[in-house]
Structures are given as structure tokens and as C-alpha cells.
Design a protein around this ligand. Structure first.
Ligand code: SDX
Length: 430
């Protein structure tokens, strides 16, 4: 039974707008004909209340702290699945059978090498170039090497381009790290698992091979699963917007990487550890920083706290907090920043400012401490987020192109500038 919303406007117009109902009974008012019928637009800075699409990939319930990929609860996928299986699920909509899984894993392994000419790109980056800018440049440069990358072709060859992106992002990330530490590149090895291969490319050196710790491999698998998608977040929306102009999938994902880099989005994981380190070095105690975060005159924010959608615990943060404890105990690591993080969380969660605004720790609050324990340097933290998010970006891009209602993203505006005026010669200007 279709429902309508009634809208009456100051100029006497009134109309009924269709109301759409989602799988979990969320409601949306369809305003796609509003301007044509009334001349009015809506205004919603940051799209806080505005949906850009219908999607079947990821479901979030921010009030209940629920996250599901294609209907599967994140807690079950975190406990039972692998990153490449979750990648397949996000992109194809179903868990793979044995044959599908094996051929996907083999395909990703096979595509892990980058064109040998691309090695020389790294010579052009300064040694302290942030790896996120290297990652984005290299990912967009991949489209210079593949005929299947042009707009329409990249849609028809998405299987191939997905395997290339999911595979090569690890190689490019590891090469960016090796460049920053002046060590030789370590090439991918087909016989290693996705996570083991990445860790080997990151930490093996010609003088000795990297002794893989299964606990670290499993923790990395978990981290990538938890980051794999998150519905219409800033970077996923960027990938959709860029892709909506028929730009190819490499250009769209490269744009998503740059959006993710922002400190309010994926860059927060690096900011959290920098904040914890600042609190640790300051010795003034955490209450000084809690007060700074609450002070409207201060631009200091408790990084890793607060989320546009989660107004309850981020389920990923709860899973990561346990994984953090487990890994640090297994490695026998005692990270003072973890103690500060736990104290910060406990204090903030009992403070009215944070309670009233429903500010809880998000996944970024713990990831940096885990990356430190694995030996990943702080400026690679957001790169790690990107590694996990690539399958989600691909799934969103694919769904956008398969949507019959899809058109180029081109928002309207409310003009508040100057009325028409004539050109003023230089001598007449103040
Ligand atoms: C990610 O969208 C996604 O799904 C993203 C993500 C994903 O998986 O893709 O989950 C990953 O980006 C997680 C978020 C990481 N960012 C941070 O940790 C940065 C710190 N958090 C914030 O800056 C903030 O919470 C945002 C940006 C995440 C959300 O901001 P909103 O929804 O626009 O809310 P807001 O900025 O309007 O804040 C509402 C109030 C304000 O106070 P008042 O003006 O009402 O008095 O809460 C305050 C804010 O000042 N506030 C904070 C705060 N976050 C919000 N105050 C102190 N510390 C904070 N961290």
C-alpha cells in the first residue's frame, strides 16, 4: 500500500510526495519531482537528512549500533569469514561457494603485481610523501595501463578490474612504505594468503624473510573485514559521484582514497594516535583534553569519538577493543597509549557533554593501537583503512551503475550572492 507525504507551501501550492519504505521499515520522502512540480528545492548541508540512493549492500542502524553486510551481521563475519570472502559478498551480493571463492582468491593473487614501469613512478615522490597521496596517484595511474579501464569498458570488465584493484592496492601500499624507509621493494608471492602477502611485502627484507605471526595475520584479516564497507559514508559517496560521470573505476576509487584521507573521515585513525601521544607526552592528564573537547571555543576534538550515524556504540569498535586486548597480550606488548585510550573512553562515556551528544568511540579509536603493535607506521594507518574499504567502494560503484534510476550527480544550490550589476572599470573601483 503506497503512502504519500502532504506538502503545503507558503505560496498556496500543495502536493503529495511518494513515501518509500526500506527493508528495515525506514521511511524516505521521494522528492525527485519536487522542483519540476513546485519550483522549490530542499537544502541539507552535509546531506545529514538526505538519501542519495537506494542500496542493498550495507545496513546500519546508528541508534541500535547494528552493522550488516548483505544481511550478515558484522559480528558473524568478523568471527567466521575472511576478507576476500567478504569482498566477494559485498560485490556480488551472496557468499561465494567453494569454486567461486577459490577462483576469486586465485584471481586476486595473480593480479597482485603492478606493471614494472610503474615502479619508476615512486622515484618521483619525495621520501616523506604521505602514502595516501601515493596510493591515490598510483591507483588512478592504473587506468593508463588497461584498455578495460575506460568508462563503459570498466563497467563491462568490472570482475577483472575489481581483482586488479583489490590485489594491487596492497602492493602499491607496501611499495609506498618501502620507499619511505629506503628499503627495496618486496614483490607479491602467489602462494601466500592475501594478508600474509601484504605483511611479507611490508616487512620482509632481502637479508631475511619475514616470520609471519598467525595472530597478526588473523588480526589484520579482522581489521580489513571491519573496514570493508559502511554504506554512504563520505568516501563511498565520492566514489559514486565521480563514477556517475562515467569516469572509470580506477579514477573513482582514487577519488575515494583522497576523500578518506580527511581527518574527519578515515584520517581520524592517524589523528587518534597523535592525540593519545600528545596526551601521553603532556603529562597534564586526560581531563585537560576532555575539557578542551567540550569547549566550543576550542577546535580540539576527541578524535575517534562521534559519528554521523552511530548514536550508540560503533559495533566495530567493540570488536576491535577485544582484538586489541588479545593481540597486545599475545605479543606481550604494553602500550601506554592503550591505557590512555581506555581511561579517555571511560571518562568521556560518563560525561554529560558526550552522553547528550551521543558521542561514542568509533572503529578509529582502537585501530591505531593495533597497527602500532603490528609495526605499521602512523602515516600508513589511513592507507590500511583504504585497503579494507576498496571492495566496498567497488560494490557501491557497481550498484550505482546497475541502478536504472541512476544519473550524473549534480546537486542544486540556494543562490545568496549579488544581484545583477554592471562591470566597473578599474578607475571606478575603491
Ligand atoms: C569514520 O560515515 C562513516 O560511516 C564514516 C566511517 C566509515 O566507516 O566510513 O565510520 C569512518 O569516518 C568515522 C568518524 C571518524 N572521525 C572522527 O573520529 C573525527 C572526530 N569526530 C567528529 O569530528 C564528528 O563526530 C564527525 C565528523 C564524525 C561527525 O560529525 P557530525 O555528524 O557532522 O556532527 P557534528 O560535527 O555536527 O557534531 C555534533 C556535536 C557538536 O557539538 P554542538 O555544536 O552540538 O555543541 O557534537 C560535537 C560537535 O562539536 N562533537 C564533538 C566530537 N564530535 C562531535 N565534540 C568533541 N569531540 C568530538 N569528537
Amino acid at each position: 500500500m503506497s503512502e504519500n507525504a502532504k506538502l503545503s507551501l507558503p505560496d498556496g501550492q500543495s502536493l503529495e510526495l511518494p513515501v518509500l519504505t526500506g527493508t528495515k521499515n525506514e521511511k524516505a520522502i521521494d522528492i525527485s519531482n519536487l522542483r519540476k512540480q513546485t519550483g522549490y528545492i530542499t537544502l541539507d548541508p552535509g546531506f545529514v537528512n538526505t538519501g542519495s540512493c537506494e542500496s542493498a549492500i550495507t545496513f546500519l542502524d546508528g541508534e541500535q549500533g547494528i552493522l550488516q553486510f548483505r544481511g550478515y551481521p558484522i559480528e558473524q563475519l568478523a568471527a567466521k569469514s575472511t576478507f576476500l570472502e567478504v569482498a566477494y559478498l559485498l560485490i556480488h551480493g551472496e557468499l561465494p561457494n567453494k569454486l567461486q571463492q577459490q577462483s576469486f582468491v586465485d584471481r586476486v593473487s595473480w593480479h597482485a603485481m603492478i606493471h614494472e614501469d610503474m615502479r619508476h613512478f615512486f622515484d618521483g615522490f619525495s621520501q616523506n610523501a604521505h602514502p595516501m597521496v601515493i596510493l591515490s596517484s598510483m591507483i588512478s595511474s592504473l587506468s593508463a595501463y588497461y584498455v578495460e579501464a575506460s568508462g563503459k569498458a570498466s563497467i563491462e570488465n568490472l570482475e577483472l578490474n575489481s581483482a586488479r584493484l583489490i590485489a594491487k592496492v596492497t602492493t602499491i601500499a607496501a611499495f609506498a612504505y618501502k620507499k619511505s624507509v629506503g628499503q627495496p621493494f618486496v614483490y607479491p608471492r602467489d602462494e601466500l594468503s592475501y594478508c600474509a602477502n601484504f605483511l611479507n611485502m611490508m616487512f620482509a627484507v632481502p637479508a631475511e624473510s619475514y616470520e609471519l605471526d598467525p595472530e597478526i595475520e588473523r588480526t589484520l584479516e579482522l581489521l580489513l573485514i571491519l573496514h570493508a564497507d559502511h554504506e554512504q559514508n563520505c568516501s563511498a559517496s565520492t566514489v559514486r559521484v565521480v563514477g556517475s560521470s562515467m569516469a572509470n573505476v580506477y579514477a573513482s576509487v582514487a577519488s575515494g582514497i583522497l576523500a578518506l584521507w580527511g581527518p574527519l573521515h578515515g584520517g581520524a585513525n592517524q589523528q587518534v594516535v597523535q592525540m593519545l601521544q600528545q596526551i601521553h607526552d603532556d603529562k597534564a592528564g586526560i581531563s585537560k583534553y576532555i575539557e578542551m573537547a567540550k569547549n566550543p571555543k576550542s577546535d580540539f576534538r576527541l578524535m575517534g569519538f562521534g559519528h554521523r550515524v552511530y548514536k550508540n556504540f560503533d559495533p566495530r569498535a567493540s570488536i576491535l577493543k577485544d582484538a586489541c586486548d588479545r593481540l597486545l597480550n599475545k605479543l606481550g606488548t604494553n602500550d601506554p597509549l592503550l591505557e590512555i585510550a581506555l581511561k579517555l573512553e571511560e571518562t568521556a562515556l560518563s560525561d554529560d557533554y558526550f552522553i547528550e551528544r551521543k558521542l561514542y568511540p568509533t572503529l578509529d579509536f582502537y585501530t591505531g593501537i593495533i597497527y602500532r603493535a603490528i609495526g605499521i607506521p602512523i602515516n600508513m594507518f589511513t592507507v590500511m583503512f583504504a585497503l579494507g574499504r576498496v571492495p566496498g567502494w567497488i560494490a557501491q560503484w557497481k550498484e550505482m551503475h546497475e541502478d536504472p534510476k541512476q544519473k550524473i550527480a549534480r546537486p542544486r544550490q540556494l543562490f545568496t550572492g549579488q544581484t545583477e550589476r554592471s562591470y566597473k572599470p578599474m578607475d571606478d573601483r575603491l
